[in-house]
Design a binder for this molecule. Structure first.
Ligand code: SF4
Length: 428
């Protein structure tokens, strides 16, 4: 039996380019891992420093009392944001330093280690970096295995990278059961705008991965292949959340695809929920069912208003811009908040974009002011620019981004600063 502590850091995004939501969400990768570890007879302690506002001394006290053999730190604030994590490792670095002496083995999981394992190992000074989806690898580590693909570790002063990032089966993932005290703290309703929360929110993963390969999407090293869980298991997990008072769930799926059985199951449950998806994959009858099932928020990636722009992003979209607009308006008939995401593209003239945004807004659909692309290491865009990510991939992408754009998305209140100013510097 191994004693495993799983820690979600207390995130702080000052000076970061981070585009994602800053509120605490359920740390799904840790919750799922904890399930498998417990099932195998290991002792676990999940510490969500973000949700509970835990300081380093709070964490240290908890860890001293628990006495872990292995501490796991995630480098992204929940699976929802692995594809758009904060590029800097500042917060996990500080946490790793604070807990370094409290367990014989320190392990990092997340998108950074999955894409740039050597740099992540050195920056965090951890013993092992898990590459790819982490649930099964953490279980194998707890079981005492060390020699398997998907790990990076230091030995005799050299870094070894064993194989490539791993994916888990996922389709057999059982219904999770989150502790009441965690749900009670989860007041945030992710991407919900049509009403104020009256009960707790939660995140659920119905499917993982996506069959598309948009050039800007950093999913190749994790959450890549499309897999989905059986509706009956999902509904069991959702019922447990309802019993804990949850009013709203957000499906973190990269692409929430039409799933009549799941949606029919949700109709009777009276929950509200939000999704991110591609609107071109939803027919009008399924949008109607989506609304009846309780969907109150859709975020749909349109990205570009020209076929050339969408083609250059490899969107593989079969619809015209007019058809996409019609489908968004159709969605809005059934769902109270519909957002069309746009990316700043050279193919799209600004006056045309602004007119389209106005037209959409008149029809009740929110379309964002186009945001510039960050060439995430692990995305096809990064590879097109610089080849496979090396130890300086995050620094390179960051420098490029800061140099190219002087306007940033509206969640970024201050101008982001270079990675070298955000992270503790280590020899590489
Ligand atoms: S549709 Fe494109 S952007 Fe969305 S998850 Fe799939 S590959 Fe990524």
């Amino acid at each position: 039996m191994t004693r495993v502590a799983l820690i979600n850091p207390n995130w702080n995004y000052d000076g970061s380019i981070y585009f994602g939501c800053r509120s605490p969400h359920l740390p799904l990768e840790l919750g799922i891992s904890q399930h498998y570890l417990k099932e195998a007879g290991h002792q676990t302690l999940l510490l969500d420093a973000h949700m509970f506002g835990l300081s380093f001394s709070d964490l240290q006290s908890e860890l001293r009392a628990f006495g872990p053999d292995m501490i796991v730190i995630t480098t992204a604030p929940t699976y929802l944001f692995w594809r758009c994590a904060p590029p800097e490792l500042r917060v996990p670095q500080q946490l790793a330093l604070a807990v370094r002496d409290l367990a014989p083995m320190l392990v990092a999981v997340g998108p950074h280690g999955s894409t740039t394992p050597r740099a992540t190992l050195k920056k965090l000074a951890v013993d092992i970096v898990v590459m790819g989806e982490c649930e099964q690898s953490l279980l194998r580590l707890a079981n005492g295995e060390r020699d398997f693909a998907g790990l990076a570790f230091a030995e005799n002063g050299a870094v070894h990278v064993n194989g490539a990032p791993q994916a888990v089966g996922f389709t057999d993932q059982p219904a999770l059961d989150w502790p009441q005290e965690m749900i009670a703290r989860h007041s945030h309703h992710h991407h919900r705008f049509e009403a104020e929360p009256i009960g707790p929110g939660a995140e659920v993963e119905a499917s993982r991965g996506c069959p598309y390969n948009c050039t800007f999407c950093a999913k190749e090293n994790f959450r890549n292949a499309y897999r989905k869980r059986p509706p009956a298991v999902l509904l069991e997990e959702i019922d447990r959340l309802r019993q804990r008072g949850v009013e709203y769930i957000y499906f973190i799926d990269e692409i929430f695809l039409p799933n009549p059985e799941l949606l029919e199951g949700l109709v009777a449950r009276g929950l509200k929920f939000g999704v991110q998806t591609r609107i071109d994959l939803w027919k009008p009858d399924m949008l109607k069912l989506l609304g009846r099932a309780g969907c109150v928020s859709i975020e749909a990636g349109i990205e570009s208003l020209t076929p050339e722009g969408r083609a250059s992003l490899a969107k593989n979209c079969k619809m015209t811009t007019e058809q996409l607009a019609d489908r968004l308006v159709e969605a809005r008939r059934h769902v109270p908040f519909v957002q069309a995401n746009l990316i700043e593209m050279p193919q799209d003239d600004d006056p045309v974009v602004q007119r389209w945004r106005g037209r959409m807004q008149d029809a009740g659909v929110w379309a964002n002011d186009p945001v510039p692309l960050y060439p995430y290491p692990g995305s096809p865009d990064y590879r097109k620019l610089w080849g496979e990510p090396d130890d300086f991939a995050w620094e390179r992408a960051h420098k490029h981004y800061l140099a190219m754009f002087d306007q940033f998305s509206d969640v970024q209140e201050q101008r982001p600063v270079p990675l070298s100013e955000l992270e503790l510097q280590v020899a590489r």
